[in-house]
Design a protein around this ligand. Structure first.
Ligand SMILES: [Zn+2]
Length: 478
């Protein structure tokens, strides 16, 4: 049996890092105050089914030990083997359940065959179909005494309120690095395996903060009842931080050299999967550092976003090296708009903007007045100011209290959009409004709307907005 399975928590006692939940659930069982529906909200990478099974065992155990399941009686054993017909485990995210899930829930009113309680464990409950939710709701309205539901989800916001309000909700905390460390130390003690500090750090950093991964890596490096870092580093080529830093800098600069030396790099990396993972962690940490210093993180965010996707693709890829190369090419492609840079406008571009702006009679009039006042040709910034002052919608937006609308930001936005000629359409927009969540742009003609309204353009607009306001803003084009 793998160490991961062997050291899955089997009772409340071993559920080490969820103290509050452990105490509350145990007390409820002790005082016979269990409810008929629990909603377990989990961050990813926690022992969800194990905890649900602990509850199923604890309420049904024939010989509980201080209200903890004994794991010895026939009921506990059958639940651990997943062979007890009264405990039904459903993975709502898996297609194999789709057809019979509703039927199963509808059958829940039949009395249990062997145990005191019939328990339904529904994992990823937010994935249930509308019909299945309705069947579940119906059952939750008048549940028989012997019926318990344990619903688990990683995406609580997708669970209908009608369901949430009928459940007792538990929010599980995510497993920290410290928790993983404690668990690994616990296992090494139990298994009498010596492990040094560097190895422990290496395993934790490569576990993606998932206990399952950590235990699997731990097991992989056991050599003669020992895990030592010398062995790890000789088995694997470990990537140095300097190399990662250099690599990231080249990506950010879209430096073609990165691909020229590619064969050499592959030769050096040896294990491309490992390299890509190390790189992912490195960029993640670097983003967190940048955030602390209020630096712009958008470019790194774009890189890590597609890298993350690439790593999942590599799992099913015919050739990992090629998949990884494609990722690099995507980033360094000079035509890619993975990063948007605020660019300086050249003269022709400036003139086109000015021409577009001047098309409004009021603006033209104001420009002429200002020109006479100042006795000089106006530059693009002066014209922007006039454009700004003239537009009623902008003024109205500025007046609204607590509005994030900001002249400089809008100016920057328009400049960014210039890249794809969006600016012309933006200026032609007869009306726009802004709030914390949405930017609505209403165009004068459907012709302009149709020109702008493409997935590509929306993506560019989205990126520009995200970069400037640093959050998701929904864009509505009318
Ligand atoms: Zn038992």
């Amino acid at each position: 049996m793998s160490l991961y399975l062997k050291y899955r928590p089997q009772d409340f006692e071993s559920l080490v890092w969820q103290d509050f939940i452990k105490k509350t659930l145990r007390n409820a069982i002790k005082n016979n105050k269990t409810v008929w529906a629990y909603l377990f909200c989990w961050p990813r990478w926690t022992w969800k089914t194990s905890t649900a099974r602990i509850v199923a065992k604890a309420i049904n155990c024939l010989n509980p030990n201080n209200w903890d399941p004994c794991n010895e009686c026939k009921i506990c054993k059958a639940i651990n083997n997943e062979s007890l017909v009264d405990v039904i485990e459903i993975d709502a995210a898996s297609n194999t359940w789709v057809d019979n899930i509703r039927e199963l829930i509808e059958k829940s009113h039949f009395t249990p065959t062997y145990s005191k309680y019939k328990v339904y464990i529904i994992d990823e409950v937010h994935m249930l179909s509308k019909w299945a939710f309705n069947a579940l709701l119906k059952t939750l309205e008048e549940p028989p005494k012997y019926l318990k539901f344990i619903l688990a989800t990683t995406e609580t916001h997708k669970v209908p309120d009608t369901i949430i309000s009928r459940c007792q909700r538990y929010d599980f905390k995510s497993i920290s690095k410290e928790d993983i460390k404690k668990r690994l130390e616990f296992i090494s003690k139990k298994e009498s395996i010596k492990i040094d500090k560097d190895s422990l750090d290496y395993i934790i950093n490569n576990s993606w903060w998932a206990l399952r991964n950590a235990i699997n890596i731990f097991e992989q490096f056991i050599d003669n009842w020992e895990i030592n870092y010398k062995n790890i580093s000789s088995t694997l080529w470990l990537v140095k931080n300097e190399e990662l830093k250099d690599f990231l800098n080249k990506l950010l600069k879209k430096d073609k050299e990165i691909i020229n030396n590619y064969e050499q790099l592959i030769e050096n990396w040896k294990n491309i999967k490992l390299f890509s993972k190390e790189l992912l962690f490195y960029i993640r940490d670097s983003i967190l550092e940048d955030l602390k210093e209020n630096k712009d993180i958008s470019n790194k965010l774009s890189i890590i976003d597609i890298l993350d996707e690439t790593i999942s693709k590599m799992k099913n890829s015919i050739d990992e090296n090629t998949t990884f190369t494609i990722w690099i090419l995507k980033i360094i492609n000079p035509l890619s708009n993975h990063f948007i840079k605020t660019k300086e406008l050249n003269k022709t571009e400036t003139n086109t903007i000015i021409k577009e702006i001047k098309k409004s009679n009021t603006i033209e009039k104001n420009i002429n007045t200002k020109k006479e006042e100042n006795k000089k040709e106006l530059d693009i910034n002066d014209i922007w100011d006039i454009f700004w002052d003239t537009s009623d919608t902008i003024k109205n937006e500025e007046k609204k209290e607590n509005n994030i609308f900001d002249k400089q930001k809008y100016l920057n936005l328009l400049k960014e959009l210039w890249v794809k000629w969006m600016i012309v359409a933006s200026i032609k927009a007869s009306d726009f409004s802004f709030n914390n969540q949405e930017l609505t742009i209403k165009f004068k003609t459907s012709f302009v709307l149709n020109q702008v309204n493409s997935a590509d353009n929306i993506a560019i607009l989205n990126q520009a907005l995200e970069k400037m306001w640093f959050k998701d803003i929904k864009i509505i084009l009318k």
